[in-house]
Design a protein around this ligand. Structure first.
Ligand code: FES
Length: 630
């Protein structure tokens, strides 16, 4: 016997772990999912597990663990599950704390959607065919195409997938069949009898962190079910750059990530179809949007050069691919239509955002920020559109934050600090005991610490304040948000000096992106007619807190519109109408891309924006009175 036995607590699940494999692999083998956003590289520190027994069976703690875990943690038995290897046989008891578990996240699928005139790419047409006779021995295919031309004036080709079904389908209901005709040029499916009322499509927004799916009735233009999940590629990296570099290491890695997202989407289709009582074979088309890297990987196209200056994408234009070729399990003849991108880092999701918010029609300048790991920023009106992409990082998803977590049960999502006592109060997702802090909570925390004078405008924790909430551990200052006795982890939840720095960098990226676009157009915040804030994080943040930290230009709050998952809405619109797809193509060629790094003075602007809310307080007159500690 050359395997060790691992017992995972509190479930008591037992796994076999081969010498050389890791704790994380053993956990996975028995269905215990541990967060691993850095792709098992030992750098994010999110896969902590406590070894209760059998330390002697494991590899020695490494330098990476010394960096990611405090001395106190290490003494308590904490290890990084992704890099702690099993070295010899024996029994190892491992506790997986809540904060390390891959939790179901609160995902946002709702979003605005302007009305769309129905004009889907596919039509279902009923035809009645004549039977073959000794004097008319045309093939079934020819007979079908002749009937289609005669009864609907449509001349089309017949897809192989449809031909395979043909012989049985036409004979089942006396040579009466329903055809699915794609873009009036190809019959993609044949069904017995009149099935014209059953036409469904599926729209998908493939985000770096989240994937949202929408099942639509194409005859009515209505959403009949939704489903969502965290992107199953997350274990291979939190952000697009990590995933791109993973795909570039070995050819099979692209296939690994491609299969993960395809299987994830298949799951979403199954879930939505199950809840609507529909067979996935009745889904006759899929439309996808996503950032360029996600789109490339979904289509099994290498995204390698998207990450290399000058960052060109390979795909660019819209594309139709047979679903079966991608392994997407909907109707075998169905197509997947992917919307076009603007350039490497402004993808189809940005185009979908523009379509859903209709800022291309706006009379006055409008600003759109889709906050995510990569923030898409668009400024414009009917007179033209500028777009850029700001690498704001995954801090909004709770990554790279000591006790950061996604917006799932137990995450602190709202926070207040009493200015006199410096004591915090908070609200958690599902009102559970706190296990960490998510993006909206972190924004509140930084804003409240600034307003209460716990940090200064450079983000530094102020020394000498009379509160037991501030302490220094291993040379780093931290503020205790929740104490051991009130948390669900049995450990304090803190915001560290480093966490504050992460938020400063992330918010500076977004602010500077928006500022550069506004500067290019000569637009000031007071001239912005509407400010659309998209994305799940955008939907939950406290606008005033966001303004206090300087996350976006100081636009009056009454101009702000939360638009939820606008990219998903754009995908749905494109599924319902080919005119919207034409519009997407037109916008993709018209939107002017602004390369932030190449903008003169960008670096200086970025550095000024790392201050809270900004080095230049005249840009934030409305919050000037709230912030202290120059
Ligand atoms: S440190 Fe283990 S997954 Fe990141």
């Amino acid at each position: 016997m050359s395997d060790a036995t691992l017992v995972f607590q509190p479930e008591g699940k037992r796994a076999r772990g081969a010498v050389g494999s890791t704790i994380l692999e053993a956990a996975k083998s028995v269905g215990i999912d541990i967060e691993s956003p850095c792709g098992n590289r030992g750098t994010c520190g999110k896969c902590r597990a406590v070894v209760r027994e059998g330390r002697q069976c494991l590899s020695e703690p490494s330098a990476l663990e010394a960096r990611a875990l405090t001395v106190q943690d290490r003494e308590s038995g904490y290890r990084l599950a992704c890099i702690t290897a099993i070295m010899r046989t024996g029994t190892i008891v491992v506790e997986v704390p809540n904060e390390s578990r891959l939790a179901r996240q609160r995902l946002l699928v709702a979003g605005i959607q302007p009305p769309v005139e129905l004009c889907p790419a596919l039509t279902k047409l009923f035809i009645s065919m004549t039977r073959p006779t000794l004097t008319d021995v045309r093939s079934d295919s020819q007979r079908l195409l002749d009937a289609l031309a005669a009864q609907h004036n449509v001349r089309a080709d017949l897809a192989y997938e449809a031909v395979k079904e043909l012989a049985e389908a036409v004979r089942q209901q006396d040579w009466k069949v329903t055809l699915t005709v794609y873009k009036e040029r190809e019959v993609t499916w044949v069904e017995p009898g009149d099935a014209t009322t059953s036409a469904y499509g599926f729209a998908v927004d493939i985000g770096t962190t989240k994937v949202a799916g929408y099942l639509l009735d194409l005859n009515k233009g209505a959403v009949v079910a939704t489903s969502s999940m965290m992107n199953p590629q997350i274990p291979y990296g939190d952000d697009v750059i990590t995933r791109i570099s993973f795909t570039s290491k070995e050819p099979r890695n692209l296939w690994t990530l491609h299969r993960l997202i395809v299987e994830g989407i298949n799951k979403l289709v199954r879930e939505a179809c199950r809840s609507a009582g529909i067979d996935p074979r009745h889904v006759h088309e899929m439309v996808t949007v996503g950032n360029t890297a996600m789109h490339h990987i979904f289509l099994n196209i290498s995204p390698k050069y998207v990450a290399m200056a000058p960052y060109p994408d390979c795909l660019g234009s819209a594309i139709d691919v047979r679903a079966s070729e991608l392994g997407v399990e909907i109707n075998p003849g169905a197509y997947v239509h992917s919307l076009p991108s603007v350039v490497g880092f402004v993808g189809a999701d940005a185009i979908a955002d523009i379509i859903a918010t209709e800022i291309y029609k706006a009379k006055e300048p409008s600003l759109l920020i889709d906050v995510g790991t990569n923030a898409e920023i668009v400024l414009g009106s009917e007179d033209g559109l500028l777009a850029c992409s700001a690498p704001s990082g995954p801090a909004w998803e709770g990554m790279q934050i000591r006790h950061g977590m996604r917006a799932s049960t137990g995450a602190i999502e709202k926070l207040w600090i009493d200015h006199e006592s410096l004591e915090p109060s908070y609200k958690t997702v599902d009102d559970a005991r706190p296990t960490g802090i998510c993006g909206s909570g972190i924004v509140d925390a930084v804003a409240e610490m600034l307003k209460a004078g716990i940090i200064d405008r450079r983000g530094a924790v102020v020394n000498g304040l009379r509160t037991g909430r501030i302490r220094r551990l291993e040379g780093v200052s931290e503020y205790v948000l929740a104490r051991t006795n009130e948390t669900g982890t049995g450990k304090d939840i803190v915001i560290t000096q480093k966490d504050i720095r992460e938020i400063q960098l992330a918010k500076a990226a977004i602010y500077t992106g928006a500022y550069v676009l506004m500067k290019r157009q000569g637009v000031t915040p007071s001239k912005i007619g509407k400010f659309y804030l998209a994305g799940a994080f955008g939907n939950y943040i406290d606008l005033q807190s966001a303004r206090v930290i300087g996350l976006y230009p100081d636009v009056s709050l009454d101009r702000v519109r939360f638009v939820g998952n606008a990219a998903g809405a754009g995908a749905r619109m494109a599924l319902l109408s080919t005119r919207i797809r034409d519009l997407a193509r037109e916008l993709a060629s018209k939107v002017e891309y602004v390369q932030l790094a190449a903008y003169p003075g960008f670096r200086e602007e970025f550095i000024k924006a790392t201050l809270l809310p900004h080095e230049d307080l005249s840009r934030f007159e409305d919050v000037r009175g709230l912030v202290t500690g120059d």
